[in-house]
Design a binder for this molecule. Structure first.
Ligand SMILES: CC(C)(COP(=O)(O)OP(=O)(O)OC[C@H]1O[C@@H](n2cnc3c(N)ncnc32)[C@H](O)[C@@H]1OP(=O)(O)O)[C@@H](O)C(=O)NCCC(=O)NCCS
Length: 264
């Protein structure tokens, strides 16, 4: 894995497995309840605090898939908590989305799985007037940390950044001491993944996301990775395509929320 000339299906699987590895890595932080069932991995929090209730990497045989979905959903329904389920090109069975829908899940977001080759030569970064770029094991928060949920998320991300060996790097863009942009690099499953790319509305269209992604690509290249992967929203797709990413598959995020449970 990790060669950009690999078959499309391998690249698509790499995007999903990088995401699965990231959830597993987050689950190494103290106090995160996690379940490695062999055919799926999931994290659980009764209060749904960071990293939330996430089910990833399903590898169900076709004959047991319906039963396994029902079992995992029941765990959440009995505790009246939301259940989030990510599926991608490597998920088995391929029709898991259909089964999730049959069980009352709805698709929250459908993203493009994208991959790019990392150039052997160093990436050149450009400066942007009044914006400083930083790289740290401590994340930048674009929102004030005013609620217990945000505090739990921030503390969780800091704890993940401190795990060793280091596999997570946070990139931030700062304008006059105000955080204006973020990106996260996670190295796992033989590829480098980019997550949490966001720029505050007042600072968009100035190339900040482009520079944050390039900084992550440069570091991943220095670490010897050949392939960069990500899951792109419609808003981010253009930025990534200009940086050499191409679509290799799909990733979707499904949810059975608490509102639905109350209505049932
Ligand atoms: C997607 C997102 C991160 C882009 O951030 P950004 O800093 O505006 O991105 P860039 O400035 O690098 O690129 C955006 C556009 O500005 C253009 N641009 C880049 N540098 C520029 C410059 N110096 N002058 C003028 N335009 C420029 C780019 O060509 C791009 O054009 P497009 O909109 O036609 O694609 C931002 O819109 C966002 O946070 N959206 C919400 C969260 C989200 O969807 N994140 C993506 C997850 S995959």
């Amino acid at each position: 894995m990790g060669q950009f000339d690999a078959p499309e299906a391998c690249l698509a699987a790499a995007v999903e497995w990088n995401q699965v590895e990231r959830v597993r890595w987050m689950a190494r932080v103290n106090d995160v309840e996690s379940h490695d069932d062999g055919d799926v991995f999931w994290t659980y929090s009764p209060r749904e605090h960071w990293p939330g209730n996430q089910i990833v990497g399903a590898q169900f045989g076709a004959t047991v898939a319906r039963q396994r979905v029902a079992e995992l959903l029941r765990h959440h329904l009995e505790r009246r908590t939301a259940c989030n389920w990510a599926i991608g090109s490597a998920t088995e069975p391929a029709e898991l989305g259909v089964i999730l829908r049959e069980n009352g899940f709805s698709c929250r977001i459908h993203c493009r799985a994208m991959a790019a080759a990392l150039a052997p030569q160093p990436v050149n970064l450009e400066s942007i007037p009044s914006v400083d770029f930083q790289q740290s094991y401590v994340p930048v928060s674009l929102q004030p940390i005013t609620t217990s949920r945000r505090r739990a998320q921030f503390d969780g991300l800091v704890a993940v950044g401190r795990l060793r060996p280091q596999r997570v790097w946070y990139f931030g863009a700062i304008d006059s001491s105000i955080p204006v942009g973020t990106a996260t690099l996670f190295e796992g499953a033989g590829v480098a993944g980019i997550y949490d790319v966001e720029v505050i509305p007042s600072h968009r269209g100035r190339g900040i996301a482009t520079q944050l992604v390039l900084a992550a690509m440069r570091l991943a290249g220095e670490h010897g990775f050949k392939t960069m992967v990500l899951s792109a929203t419609a808003a981010g797709q253009g930025v990534y395509e200009r940086l050499g990413f191409r679509e290799v598959g799909v990733l979707s995020s499904w949810r059975y929320g608490r509102m639905r449970q109350m209505a049932a």
